[in-house]
Design a protein around this ligand. Structure first.
Ligand code: G
Ligand code: G
Ligand code: MN
Length: 503
């Protein structure tokens, strides 16, 4: 009972929170992956372009007839004329510079074997890219002892391509043993949400694109507002679910469990004959014996029962418990002993109460007992054919109908006729004002008058003082009830105080 309330609300709130976080994480992850893929393709196409360009320059140079440099140089210069980047093409013969597009160039030294060589095409042993003196060269061997060397000024050409996109992305280019990274990045740096790529033209390189910081880092840094919002929503959700469960289903379920767990028990308040002052009956008042809270007043749970169908089993259990407990003492009770049950207005729409009354009589099985149903006058009761039928049938089996709390509610005198009311219970608020103001006293006298005129029995509720009792004593009221005579008692207390001593 109640114990599962908090974990349930907490689980739902946590689930929402985790789902929200996961959603943001995967959204970010997916977006960055997509971004990295796009970057990769872009860079690959630029690299392929560059390499294809260099390669085709080499091919164009290889097909030239090279009788001497004088004739060859203009042709080389013509080849590079269309290039945007500063490019030099040189032809080397037997380790000597034979001819170069740049007439000022003196290439004394060929790139040593220790510089970074690697085949530009897969399975190609004749065309290399190489890094030498911070420059990038394409080296193509066209026949033994004859080489074409194309210089694209510097490695900046590559760096520029690698750095051309969104600077949050890191790109690493792997050419054989050499790794180049986009500007500002250490090539050993760890890359998160990686995407790998290869040349589309079968050049011999590998590319990685991704992010420098971890995904969690990016999510926290870029989406902290969403995370805060999700956390906030989860907290609100937790609070509202807890409240909702507490106020609604939990109260209902707790009461339902209590009814079937026999925690709802009857208390009996003695009702006295105003002539003799002796016990004439009892009013059954529900109490909830809560294992943790203790005794709970009906004001706290009767409204929940009245709003739901629980009022029916609740009343039923009181009927059964009272019948069961009083059965052994029925013959020792005073003649015409009145047992009054409070019946909700919502209960009057159901014929079930008729069966409950029959069952009660069957169980008690003694002519001494007079069953009374107290229907509060505080809420209007619908006068329908069904209710009229119900009250007729109740009368047939000897059940009396009392109008409870009379005078404070609708004071609907037509009920007296419609339901053939047998008994009026005068509300305690009129009794409480005895001796204080004349008007209330007057109203009280009028109500008593009505009962006289209509030949209806009456009971004055809530007598607490001798003064009140002395006043009522002088009036034609049949019964009295109140703390002055007795408080509501448990069945055991009632039997010990009112039955055992007199038998
Ligand atoms: O005994 P107490 O003053 O706590 O009762 C408070 C209110 O609860 C009273 O108006 C009384 O009529 C109502 N009440 C007590 N027991 C029952 C019951 O079994 N059924 C209904 N419908 N009302 C009850
Ligand atoms: O609505 P109904 O008349 O059923 O309510 C009866 C309620 O009045 C019971 O809950 C009972 O505890 C309470 N009651 C009984 N006698 C007295 C009394 O003398 N004074 C007050 N204040 N309440 C009383
Ligand atoms: Mn009552």
């Amino acid at each position: 009972m109640g114990v599962f309330r908090r974990p349930l609300a907490l689980s739902i709130a946590l689930l929402t929170c985790i789902t929200g976080y996961a959603g943001v994480y995967f959204y970010t992850y997916y977006n960055h992956k997509l971004d990295a893929t796009t970057t990769n393709y872009l860079v690959i196409s630029k690299l392929d372009n560059l390499l294809t360009n260099l390669y085709s320059l080499a091919i164009s140079t290889a097909v030239l007839k090279q009788p001497d440099c004088q004739l060859t140089r203009p042709q080389l210069q013509k080849i590079i004329k269309t290039e945007h980047n500063p490019i030099t093409i040189s032809i080397i013969k037997n380790h000597q510079l034979f001819c170069s597009s740049d007439p000022t160039l003196t290439l004394n030294e060929l790139p040593p074997r220790t510089s970074y060589y690697f085949p530009i095409k897969e399975n190609s042993t004749k065309t290399y890219l190489l890094f030498w003196n911070n420059n990038l060269y394409l080296k193509k061997i066209i026949e033994p002892g004859k080489t074409i060397l194309i210089n694209t000024s510097s490695t900046n050409a590559l760096q520029k391509i690698l750095t051309l996109t969104n600077h949050a992305k890191i790109i690493k280019l792997q050419l054989g043993d050499v790794t180049l990274a986009s500007q500002g990045a250490d090539e050993k740096v760890k890359i998160y949400s990686k995407v790998y790529g290869h040349s589309l033209q079968h050049y011999n390189y590998k590319l990685t694109a991704g992010n420098l910081s971890s995904m969690t880092n990016i999510v926290v840094r870029h989406h902290y507002k969403s995370l805060l919002l999700i956390t906030f929503i989860s907290i609100i959700l937790y609070i509202s679910i807890s409240q909702f469960i507490r106020s609604r289903s939990s109260a209902y379920h707790e009461l339902k469990e209590a009814i079937y767990d026999d925690q709802i028990i009857p208390y009996l308040q003695p009702i006295m004959d105003s002539q003799t002052g002796k016990l004439a009956g009892v009013e059954v008042l529900a109490r909830w014996l809560h294992p943790e809270v203790g005794i709970i007043s009906p004001d706290a749970f009767i409204p929940i029962a009245e709003d739901t169908e629980l009022v029916i089993p609740l009343t039923q259990t009181l009927f059964e418990q009272v019948a069961q407990a009083m059965m052994p003492y029925a013959s020792r009770l005073p003649n015409n002993f009145r047992i009054g049950f409070n019946i909700s207005h919502s209960h009057c729409n159901s014929l079930k109460i008729l069966d409950d009354c029959k069952a009660f009589y069957r169980k008690i099985n003694h002519p001494n007992i007079n069953l009374i149903l107290e229907i509060t006058e505080r809420y209007p009761i619908e006068v329908t054919e069904k209710t009229k039928y119900l009250f007729r049938e109740l009368h047939k089996i000897g059940v009396k109908i009392a109008l409870d709390d009379f005078g404070v509610g609708n004071s609907n005198l037509s009920y007296l006729n419609d339901f053939a009311i047998d008994y009026l219970k005068i509300d305690k608020s009129f009794i409480a004002r005895i001796g204080s103001d004349a008007l209330s006293k007057h109203i009280l006298d009028i109500i008593i008058d009505i009962t006289q005129q209509c030949k209806i029995e009456s009971c004055a509720e809530g007598i607490e003082t001798k003064e009140q009792w002395d006043y009522i004593k002088t009036k034609p009221v049949n019964y009295v009830q109140g703390y002055y005579f007795a408080k509501p008692l448990s069945i055991e207390e009632f039997i010990n105080a009112y039955i055992i001593p007199y038998s």
